[in-house]
Design a protein around this ligand. Structure first.
Ligand code: AMP
Length: 483
């Protein structure tokens, strides 16, 4: 953390208030480097890990700089995975909550028509994976004419996933007069090439987290035959008794197998891999984030960018083939100043991969002996107490922010020729309500959602039951989901 305060930057009240509600007291290192420069619209390449607060590092200046009045997208944020796109969209919405910033996420395996409709409405920030963003560009459903801010998040992962050329093609479609921010944990050659080709003398910022990484994370490994891995996993989990743990496997099949075996042993666990439906992936991540179960078995899909605090242990059930994956995987623990353990299983013929990882890390990982029978037996009771205990459900970080916000549902929209001004005009006339109490308004064909801020939702709900909008009396209810 730096000793600066968010008040040192030229940020408007709406943004400062949201940061306060989110509990962000001071800028993190990457934020204090990036925010002032981005506010001057300068191009930047930033080498930093996830967990450093980098989403807000670009989210804050973007929310500050977008012009609320403009209806067409002004910022485009590209991310390698759908989960990350959704998470970044939520972060932007949270930061921009009081400025009423509208953010939309677009990614594959989700209905195109729904995204098209969202993009057709007022939308300040679009977050998406390159494939789907490209589809929208091709079909003319994403208007890029007003895009002034581009963020390429996790650029090295875009490269690993084969998206980098598509990223280049997307950039070619954007207005040249724009700010470009590129974030990457590492800067491989192809990513640097992208920077040179499409950025305007970018300033390079490197946030040194390597030291911190090793200080906060205890790395160790066990040499084990493939056939003995599961029995070692059981012993290690008993002895370590993690509060919350990700177990990484190399393939989807292995994830399925390990998850099934652990379920049979009554571990509170679930799985995530690329072969699952997107909705299932989201719901598993959400439940894990909230602490509903302790063990998540995952392929590398879950390794990048996903922000889950308090993971105490990462176990590499299979050693990653790519050295960078090791760093990304273990980056799931030891976040935000907490300590964590990274434990790897290495089979006798994986020497080469291990040597690669160690030279990349710059230190040797401590070799450990499998726990003895006595050690396992001694730890068993405490372990069983924990895995059978009711989980403590963690608070969602936007809960505090959403506290004073009530989303109202009205049964009328575009087809009744209603526009946002009609809602604002009517609601702001209620005694005790001003336009500042009205948040994001989403108008669809037959329904409209209006966020009422500052705890004034119940009052507006009550009054609007008997008040017409443009001469029409609409049904109004509290909407179920906070979006
Ligand atoms: P990221 O690197 O963007 O994945 O962020 C890591 C975590 O840090 C997220 O949970 C953020 O909500 C949180 N965070 C970001 N900025 C701050 C800040 N200035 N103070 C406290 N937490 C923060």
């Amino acid at each position: 953390m730096s000793s600066k305060s968010f008040k040192d930057y030229k940020l408007s009240e709406d943004i400062l208030r949201a940061l306060e509600s989110l509990g962000y007291e001071q800028p993190t290192d990457v934020q204090s480097e990036v925010i002032p420069i981005a506010l001057e619209r300068k191009d930047l390449t930033v080498k930093s890990q996830t967990g450093s607060g980098k989403t807000a590092a670009f989210g804050i200046p973007i929310c500050e700089m977008v012009d609320w009045e403009e209806n067409k997208p002004q910022a485009l944020i590209l991310t390698p995975t759908r989960e990350l796109a959704d998470q970044v969209k939520d972060d932007i919405k949270n930061i921009g909550r009081f400025k009423r910033i509208k953010a939309t996420a677009v990614y594959g395996k989700q209905p195109f028509a729904k995204q098209k409709e969202e993009l057709n409405q007022k939308c300040h920030v679009v977050v998406g994976t390159p494939g789907r963003v490209w589809d929208h560009i091709q079909r003319g459903t994403l208007d890029l004419e007003r895009v002034e801010y581009l963020v390429i998040d996790e650029a090295d992962e875009m490269l690993n996933m084969g998206f980098i050329e598509q990223v280049g093609a997307i950039i070619e479609e954007l207005p040249e007069d724009r700010m470009t921010l590129l974030f990457s944990a590492t800067l491989p050659k192809d990513v640097e090439k992208l920077c040179h080709q499409y950025m305007n003398n970018p300033l390079d910022i490197e946030i040194h987290t390597a030291e911190k990484t090793t200080a906060q994370i205890e790395h160790s490994l066990f040499v084990v035959k493939e056939a003995s891995k599961f029995s070692l996993l059981k012993d290690i989990t008993v002895v370590e008794n993690p509060d919350s743990c990700i177990i990484f496997c190399r393939t989807q099949e292995q994830v399925e197998k390990v998850c099934k075996q652990l379920m049979e042993q009554d571990y509170p666990c679930d799985k995530i891999h690329g072969g699952m439906e997107q909705d299932d992936r989201f719901s598993v991540m959400n439940e894990f984030r909230r602490g509903k179960f302790r063990y998540l078995i995952a392929t590398d899909v879950a390794a990048r960018g996903i922000d889950i605090s308090n993971i105490t242990h990462v176990i590499n059930y299979d050693l990653p083939v790519e050295k960078e994956s090791y760093v990304h995987r273990i980056g799931r623990t030891g976040r935000a100043g907490k300590t964590g353990k990274a434990i790897s299983f290495v089979t006798p013929n994986e020497d080469r991969f291990l040597a690669n990882i160690e030279s990349y890390l710059g230190f040797e990982i401590t070799r450990r002996e499998a726990p003895s029978k006595e050690e396992v037996a001694g730890a068993k009771t405490a372990f069983e107490v924990r895995i059978s205990a009711q989980p403590v459900i963690k608070k969602d970080k936007s809960e505090q922010l959403n506290k004073g916000i009530l989303k109202l549902y009205f049964n009328g929209g575009k087809k009744k020729k209603l526009r946002a001004v009609d809602f604002v005009g009517t609601i702001a006339k209620i005694e005790g309500i001003t336009a500042d109490d009205i948040g994001i308004i989403t108008i669809q064909d037959n329904v409209t959602y209006v966020d009422i801020l500052n705890g004034k939702g119940p009052l507006v709900l009550q009054v609007m039951k008997n008040t017409t909008i443009k001469g029409k009396l609409l049904k109004v209810y509290e909407a179920n989901a906070q979006g």
